[in-house]
Design a protein around this ligand. Structure first.
Ligand SMILES: [Fe+2]
Ligand SMILES: [Fe+2]
Length: 286
């Protein structure tokens, strides 16, 4: 099964390609002297995206007391050029994965992804880790579940049943049934999309950050953000395993460098994270 799945992920034509707009923004922000005008030109090619971006820029999160933002330039300035790419990722990706049937709750999936992204972004400062990458990685961490579901929808339902029946993590059920799990499937899709290692690696190791090679701390961050997202009730799947932070492999890695010793401080604002996540997911959903 593993070999078959590996080659299918490589060649499966129904897997979406990375929206061109993301590649274009990635290219622009990599150049040293880009301007807001360059970004505006790319974004405005897509009116739906532009409208959603304005909505995000006007949320309480980004524009708590300011006057209404009505131009793309101001929206980009308000969001911050470093945050633009992660936000565009979210706005574009929620739409490109279409799922047939009712067995895979895509809305719940994205709300969990956004919750994880918001938590990762907020808590990244406690560990001196980069906010934009924390957000993007949080958003993409479970994308492999959609990949697997798209390729083998009928078999994937068995994963959901097995996790419920034995109360084990989904990745363990996937490994048992397919010899491959959603972390690897996600990593392969992101490789196909040429996404940089700083995003790809934490996606691959979000359940086992101790195995990460170059981005162990970021992988650990996503590990605990995922656990927090599950604690908040915003998660996909019905398994209830391991939501104890002290036991989390990510916490063992990050504990030493944490600028806060009390985990309560990290956990407290979680209801705000969830509210923001639902608001952002709803805008993305449009
Ligand atoms: Fe996962
Ligand atoms: Fe997750």
């Amino acid at each position: 099964m593993r070999e078959k799945l590996l080659s299918q992920i490589e060649s499966f034509e129904d897997l979406p390609t990375l929206p061109e707009i993301i590649t274009e923004i990635m290219d622009i922000v990599q150049t040293e002297d880009f301007s807001i005008k360059d970004l505006k030109q790319v974004i405005e090619k897509d009116p739906t995206l532009t409208a959603k971006l304005l909505k995000i820029a006007n949320t309480f999160y980004y524009n708590p007391y300011g006057s209404e933002i009505t131009s793309t330039e101001r929206a980009i300035m308000q969001l911050g050029t470093r945050n633009l790419l992660p936000i565009v990722f979210g706005l574009s990706l929620t739409h490109i994965f279409t799922i047939k049937g009712n067995n895979f709750n895509v809305k719940l999936f994205w709300i969990h992804a956004y919750t994880c992204a918001h938590i990762a972004k907020r808590i990244s400062k406690y560990f001196s880790l980069p906010e934009p990458e924390a957000f993007t990685t949080g958003l993409l961490h479970d994308v492999g579940k959609i990949v697997l579901y798209k390729i083998i929808p009928k078999e994937y339902i068995k994963v959901i049943h097995l996790t419920e029946k034995e109360n084990i993590p989904m990745y363990k059920a996937e490994r048992r049934l397919f010899g491959l799990d959603h972390t690897e499937a996600g990593f392969l899709l992101l490789s196909r999309w040429r996404i940089p290692d700083i995003i790809k690696e934490p996606v691959k190791y979000h359940h086992e950050p101790e195995k990460a090679e170059n981005y162990k701390e970021l992988s650990a961050l996503i590990n605990i953000a995922n656990i927090f997202a599950r604690t908040s009730g915003q998660y996909f799947g019905k398994d209830t395993y391991g939501i104890d932070l002290e036991e989390a492999p990510g916490w063992k890695i990050l504990k030493e460098r944490a600028k806060v010793k009390n985990t309560e401080d990290i956990l407290m604002p979680i209801t705000d994270d969830v509210e923001e996540a639902i608001e952002f997911a709803t805008i993305a959903w449009g």
